[in-house]
Design a protein around this ligand. Structure first.
Ligand code: AKB
Length: 346
């Protein structure tokens, strides 16, 4: 019986917005190992040709993870599965289970894999602007872009979960089993990014609170009216999806010794809801956009900073967004979204 197992990267939550783009981009790389994906829902059929194996299952199912761990040699885990900020407020305890217990299960898997392989296992973790909590709107309006270690008082279960998991990742990488007599590095190589609101031209998010921006653009392209659930002045940082995907891959490839942090702020451009609406109306002149703020969701975005300082990522691993607001709208979002719905109409 051969003892060699297929060398793969594992992507959890692969059927979500980030997952699809990540699969496409990883697959194009000549050095790409096998890709195994895990999601509660079966992978969209058009993505199947790009993966080696697609497993429908839950990151809370430890037996399933054990089986995966015995079947494959996993060199990196992109742990994308999470309940987002709005969804998490409906069922905070469930969110805690998925977001925290699920992450712990995967860190445990990374640990076992690293010990088995005798080589580090990269654990790439998208955290979020939701880890921050601005005390009020006047502070939000007056502070400079927030640095990684400032204003860490999240007001959502999702933000609390992400912040805690960042610490778990740091612990597993640098401090696991402090008391063991001959403690050796665990082999878990955790690397996290804090994403702003991601905007994709190909998918519409669900369950997040930054969703109003992508929803507004997609609705306009479909000639549907859109009632925005935050006030026009509401401002937060955003990023075009291709930059988000590239960031994950570049962080994974960065030399370990260059990384001075376990988690990095990332951003690209900050816009208010009315600035997003203005850009949408320029591209789709018939767009009907109104404002019907929902108190709960408004409160969440009000607690997020208007901008993040991503200078550490720029300095340590050369992070640089390719899409500023103009390029994101003019060269990515508007043409791709327009073509997407035109194709559907044809
Ligand atoms: C959400 O709105 O929950 C996410 C995020 C900003 O992390 N898009």
């Amino acid at each position: 019986m051969s003892m060699s197992r297929q060398r793969v990267v594992l992507i959890t939550g692969a059927n979500g917005e980030v997952g699809h783009g990540l699969i496409h981009t990883l697959r194009q790389r000549p050095d790409c190992p096998g890709i195994v994906v895990l999601d509660l829902r079966s992978l969209d059929p058009e993505m199947m040709p790009y993966v080696d194996s697609s497993i429908v299952g839950d990151i809370l199912n430890e037996e399933l993870l054990d089986n995966l761990s015995s079947e494959y040699e996993i060199e990196a885990i992109y742990h994308l599965a999470a309940l987002l900020s709005t969804h998490s407020e409906f069922r905070p305890e469930v969110a805690h289970r998925v977001n925290v217990r699920g992450t712990l299960n995967l860190l445990t898997m990374a640990l076992e894999q690293a010990q088995f392989r005798g080589e580090p296992v990269k654990f790439i973790f998208p955290s979020s602007v939701a880890v921050f909590g601005m005390p009020d709107l006047s502070v939000k309006a007056s502070v400079a872009p927030v640095k990684e270690d400032e204003h860490l008082n999240p007001i959502t279960m999702y933000g609390v979960n992400k912040l805690y998991c960042e610490h778990l990742g740091r612990y597993y990488t640098h401090h696991y089993r402090q008391l063991a007599a001959n403690r050796t590095p665990s082999g878990v190589d955790f690397r996290g990014v804090r994403f702003p609101g991601l905007i994709s031209a190909t998918t519409v998010p669900s369950g997040g609170t930054s969703d109003y921006a992508p929803e507004m653009i997609h609705a306009a392209a479909k000639y549907e009216p859109y009632a925005c659930f935050v006030r026009p002045d509401t401002t937060m940082p955003f990023m075009a999806m291709p930059d988000g995907i590239r960031a994950l891959i570049e962080l994974a490839r960065a030399p370990r010794e260059a990384l001075t942090r376990s988690v990095y702020n990332l951003t690209s451009f900050s816009l208010s809801a009315e600035q997003v609406a203005a850009r949408v109306k320029t591209a789709f002149p018939g767009a009907e956009i109104t404002y019907e703020p929902s108190a709960g969701r408004q409160n969440i975005v009000d607690s997020w900073p208007a901008d993040m300082d991503d200078s550490a990522a720029r300095a340590d691993w050369g992070w640089q967004p390719e899409y500023d607001a103009d390029k994101a709208f003019n060269e990515y979002l508007v043409p791709t979204i327009r073509a997407k719905y035109r194709r559907r109409e044809a």
